[in-house]
Ligand binder design. Structure first.
Ligand SMILES: Cc1cc2nc3c(=O)[nH]c(=O)nc-3n(C[C@H](O)[C@H](O)[C@H](O)COP(=O)(O)OP(=O)(O)OC[C@H]3O[C@@H](n4cnc5c(N)ncnc54)[C@H](O)[C@@H]3O)c2cc1C
Length: 372
């Protein structure tokens, strides 16, 4: 057992939790327990897009190989399209591509890899709250099959996603008015090998191929705009699809809509507090509007930062990790925020028109924003 903690509880077995478990186990930490309230494969509303940096981080995980997953689609570039159909294209390097991969496949493969390494992963177990005695963390209250249990531990890592139970106990978590998502898988004639982000005046649409004839298509839209639309989720999805001529021009009509799922609202969070014996990684540490498609990368990077700190016996906590993660992303946070400005139509077209005059500079910019 490594110095520092006798027993570590990892809450959540998504990319953040599973990758941390793999890294810690490989570094010699033995007393690890991973729990997840779901059973795998489980659904996760996501664009199914792995940027080149996320793909690279997955390949460095001990005991896991992204390239051995047959269902993955190798992506050759990301194209950003403005409301007036102007494009900025970022081709990926051949040696460092992005990937389209259904999240239920990726996350189940990560959990499988953790188990193969001998890590205990318990599914269907929900974290309820920490147990604190004399201002010291001594364990966690859990729920398994309707029964309350307790688990003794001296470190809890919250990797439990956007609506983190672990985080709500240790940070100020306002609900800012953010956008919502409507995500579906569609059958198309040819899915291709390019990912897209279509920016519209009313909604944005991310597209990622996840099979030869299947794409993941996700709209990001204000809740007010969605509310005034009538019909079922699938009918609303189809109406939105037809409001995106740039996308229909490339993919044709909306084929079979396999499933439509909603998520959100998203927004920025206020600063977390550092609390002894508690850490947050992944979406639990902070979530941005998924317009950048960098969520999985941020989750993997946060887990790698925390693993490094634990191995070094260095100080960490939600605030420390959050600050370092932001530093790692550096200026890449700026385009995300610019794209989220409320009035963007003509301004974006103007900007895209200007940038597209310098294609080499632009592709470098898009590549860099995607971590390649
Ligand atoms: C609409 C949408 C589209 C997106 N598109 C992309 C994209 O294309 N590319 C990209 O990189 N990112 C995308 N993201 C972001 C990405 O999905 C997240 O950043 C990523 O899933 C974070 O991983 P995680 O491990 O932190 O959390 P999650 O993947 O959410 O995993 C959290 C896990 O914790 C478990 N859990 C929750 N509560 C408890 C509890 N109390 N007890 C036990 N277990 C619990 C859950 O069951 C879950 O398995 C998108 C997000 C949304 C909402």
């Amino acid at each position: 057992m490594r110095r520092g903690y006798r027993s570590i509880l990892l809450v959540g077995a998504g990319p953040a939790g599973s990758s941390l478990a793999l890294r810690l186990h490989a570094a010699g930490w033995q007393n690890l327990l991973v729990i997840d309230k779901s059973t795998f494969p489980r659904e996760k509303v996501c664009g199914d897009y792995l940027n080149p940096a996320a793909s690279g981080l997955l390949e460095t995980l001990p005991g896991f190989s992204l390239s051995s997953i047959p269902e993955r689609v190798i992506l050759r570039r990301l194209e950003l399209v403005s409301p007036g159909n102007r494009s900025l294209v970022g081709p990926f390097n051949v040696g460092s591509p992005g990937h389209g991969l259904k999240r239920e496949v990726l996350d189940a493969a990560l959990v499988h890899a953790a188990r193969q390494q001998g890590i205990t992963v318990k599914e269907g177990v929900r974290f309820v709250e920490p147990v604190i005695e004399q201002e010291r963390l001594v364990g966690a209250r859990l729920e398994e099959g309707g029964h309350a249990t307790e688990h003794a531990c001296d470190l809890i890592v919250g990797a439990d996603g956007l609506h983190s139970n672990v985080a709500s106990g240790i940070e100020v978590r306002p609900k800012p008015p953010g956008r919502v998502a409507l995500v579906a898988r569609l059958t198309v004639e040819r899915a291709g090998a390019d990912a897209f982000m279509f920016l519209g005046p009313e909604a944005d649409l991310g597209i990622c191929p996840v099979g030869p004839h299947t794409i993941n298509a996700g709209f990001l839209i204000s809740p007010e705009r969605l509310k005034i639309m009538t019909g079922t989720q699938a009918e609303r999805f189809r109406s939105l699809w037809h409001l995106m001529p740039a996308a229909t021009g490339r993919f044709g009509g909306c084929g079979e809509v396999i499933e439509v799922r909603g998520a959100g609202p998203f927004g920025f969070r206020k600063r977390p507090h550092d609390v002894a014996g508690m850490a947050l990684i992944g979406d639990a540490l902070g979530f941005r509007d998924p317009i950048s498609g960098n969520g999985v990368e941020r989750a993997l990077l946060a887990s790698s930062l925390l693993a490094e700190k634990l191995n070094q016996g260095a100080a960490f906590g939600p605030r420390t990790l959050g600050t370092e993660l932001d530093r790692e992303f550096g200026w890449r946070r700026i385009p995300d925020r610019l794209l989220l400005l409320p009035y963007r139509g003509p301004l974006l077209d103007l900007g895209f028109g200007l940038f597209s005059r310098f294609p080499q500079f632009t592709s470098r910019l898009v590549q860099h924003a995607q971590g390649t």
